[in-house]
Design a protein around this ligand. Sequence first.
Ligand SMILES: NC(=O)c1ccc[n+]([C@@H]2O[C@H](COP(=O)([O-])OP(=O)(O)OC[C@H]3O[C@@H](n4cnc5c(N)ncnc54)[C@H](OP(=O)(O)O)[C@@H]3O)[C@@H](O)[C@H]2O)c1
Length: 255
Amino acid sequence: MPFMTSEITLNGKTIVISGASRGIGEAIARAAATVGANVVLAARKQEGLDTVAASIGEQGGSALAVACHMGHPDEVTNLFAKAKDTYGAVHGLVNNAATNPYFGPILGIEEPAFDKTVEVNLKGPLLASRAFVEQATSGASIVNIASISGMRAAPLQGVYGMTKAALISMTQTMAHELGPIGVRVNAISPGLVETRFASTLIENEDLLKHMVDRSPVGRHGQPDDIAGAAVYLLSDAATFMTGQTMVVDGGFISG
Ligand SMILES: NC(=O)c1ccc[n+]([C@@H]2O[C@H](COP(=O)([O-])OP(=O)(O)OC[C@H]3O[C@@H](n4cnc5c(N)ncnc54)[C@H](OP(=O)(O)O)[C@@H]3O)[C@@H](O)[C@H]2O)c1
């Protein structure tokens, strides 16, 4: 019988979301909990996670907050062990945490900033995906939060853009390698979204105007604009979709 329900649900699924203490990760966690998922929230600082988890709980959802630096293997192992202890199997993973410590010409980046960007934006998703797959069953879904900066030149954010391009490559390779065990892997490339991460861009009036003027929807994004795509990709409505990158940018790069 073809799959169709009146609404997309994550009932009975447990989803691990990195970078879930604010911004896009928080919006995805709230949306997933709203449609029935148990959510496991990860970020480095426990306090921010606890606030989001408590708020999800007050709204009738179930959330577990686990402090975790996504680039540190032992902490990632601990994250999935805690998720499993609390909820049993984990069905979805959103690799959302990322960093961009350097803003400037690509050749000017110093080695510590380069290493940190690669550690959080690439090693993190790889480690988390490995820990996830070790316990995943058929029907599981990984969603990688990439960026339109990984699909075009990314002036002044070059190494960040490189990591997002590599994350899209990782998405395609993992989709092929994990397809046979029933794990789907997709990416979302957001455009400019108003978060702490993007504050330098949002607060630059000229740059914001340039972006908004080129956007068919005539505005920049909010974290909730990205959440629906993530919920869809995590859900059984997307069982025929893998290895893809959904661009959610208000049409910015389509012009
Ligand atoms: N905002 C945009 O315009 C935009 C556009 C395209 C793509 N994106 C992507 O969207 C994702 C989320 O970004 P955002 O804008 O929502 O950023 P944000 O509001 O600054 O949130 C970043 C989250 O990541 C966590 N984090 C940072 N480093 C971490 C680490 N090493 N280990 C674990 N957690 C870590 C932060 O918490 P702690 O500080 O407590 O660790 C926080 O929860 C990123 O992948 C970003 O590249 C954003």
